[in-house]
Design a protein around this ligand. Structure first.
Ligand code: ARG
Length: 400
């Protein structure tokens, strides 16, 4: 028996895949993860069975997603091409891990996904799965099937009584999870066109956002955000959800970019990551006050970018990514304290920070009479520091 575990969203593509695989002799078990996409998943099992699945697994993995995927990425301060907080890129390795686990449990030799042949997600699903089980076989029907259009897919669905939503076709391709929303296709394919109002899914248009700013205090303990405005959370995903709600009202965390896909194509995508972008800002600011210069600059100049590329390019389960996690986790023990953010019409401003282990010492920094710094030390320092250029200047004496 050819048994396969399929990553199933309940949408048109993956519903058809169930039937398509069944026709080719596979016994299909679907797997659907709740990664905080805020969609009703109660109807998923019935849908999957109607499409021809023998079993449908639905699992709430929000906390695992928050703790093991979003948090390490935050600690790396990783933004792909310095802009994108990697929302969709983060859910793929988690789903792959689950597919591989369930494949083992159910004695399946195959896993399947609904990604196309020109995107990043196929790579992330497959490379992640192979890293965890090098013998797993992956099926990607969308890359090889006969359907050329959505209409043909609908026709096929009707023929086999596969339930599809009777809603109007959404002009965008949307991927949503706790960490943010990714939106592409439709009019967005013209990179010169401003995204229409309806393209954004969760954030208020900054123009329509409240006329008074909102202050948000985020508390970190060992690099983990643990409280918002003094309210502590026992689940990280809940904190992120609440922060998303607060921040989206102010229209913050919108990103409009043209990015370099792994397969060599450029694509225009817009993102909404209100909570995540608040956390990035806050984390960076706290890091700046508690870390020494070399450690802080090493992360922002050398770790963040490498980490972002690894995640974007499907290398979540690589030894380098794992090792960078260990590095970031070690540093995270210094990230303690509060950051005050001011949210106002699309802007996130850091307006305050404090930490019990801050390296900012007022007696050293101040320009008032409280100053304890020995200014005479500055003369000696500057003399020695400037020596190489002084010598250079002497040898290559120039007149201007
Ligand atoms: N470009 C993003 C990435 O590769 C998002 C991909 C999914 N986007 C979507 N709208 N379906 O991580």
């Amino acid at each position: 028996m050819n048994r396969v575990i399929l990553a199933y969203s309940g949408g048109l593509d993956t519903s058809i895949i169930v039937r398509w695989l069944k026709e080719r002799g596979f016994e299909v078990i679907t797997y659907t993860a709740d990664v905080g996409q805020k969609e009703e998943l109660t109807e998923i099992p019935e849908k999957a069975r109607k499409a021809g699945a023998v079993e449908a697994i639905v699992e709430d993995v929000r906390e695992e997603f928050a703790k093991d995927f979003c948090l390490p990425t935050l600690r790396a301060m990783a933004l792909y091409e310095k802009k994108y907080p990697l929302t969709a890129s983060l859910s793929r390795p988690l789903i792959s891990k689950k597919l591989v686990e369930y494949a083992k449990k159910h004695g399946a030799d195959y896993i399947a996904h609904g990604s196309t042949g020109k995107g990043n997600d196929q790579v992330r699903f497959e490379v992640s799965a192979w890293a965890l089980n090098p013998d797993i076989e992956v099926l990607a029907p969308v890359r090889e099937w006969e359907f050329k259009s959505r209409e043909q897919e609908i026709e096929y669905a009707m023929k086999y009584n596969i339930p599809i939503k009777a809603t109007k076709e959404n002009p965008y391709s949307i991927d949503k999870n706790l960490w943010g929303v990714s939106i592409e296709c439709g009019v967005l394919e013209d990179p010169y066109q401003e995204p229409p109002k309806d393209a954004y899914q969760i954030t208020t248009d900054p123009q329509d956002a409240p006329n008074t700013p909102e202050y948000v205090n985020i508390t970190f303990k060992e690099g983990i955000p643990i409280a918002i405005n003094g309210k502590e959370y026992s689940f990280l995903y809940r904190l992120i959800e609440d922060l998303n709600d607060i921040a989206s009202r102010h229209g913050v965390g919108r990103i409009d970019m043209v990015e370099n896909r792994l397969v060599g194509i450029k694509s225009r995508e817009i993102y909404e990551a209100p909570g995540a972008m608040c956390l990035y800002k806050a984390y960076d600011d706290l890091a700046a006050i508690v870390l020494d210069k070399y450690t802080y600059q090493y992360i922002i100049n050398h770790v963040s970018n490498v980490y972002a590329n690894l995640v974007y390019e499907g290398l979540w389960f690589s030894p380098l990514k794992e090792s960078l996690d260990a590095f970031n986790k070690n540093i995270a023990k210094y990230i303690n304290g509060d950051v005050r953010l001011k949210l106002y019409k699309g802007n996130i401003e850091v307006v305050g920070r404090r930490s019990t282990n801050a390296l900012y010492i007022e007696e050293l920094s101040t320009y008032t009479e409280k100053d304890t710094f020995d200014h005479r030390a500055g003369a000696m320092f500057t003399k020695v520091y400037g020596l190489p250029l002084k010598v250079f200047g002497r040898v290559n004496r120039r007149t201007r």
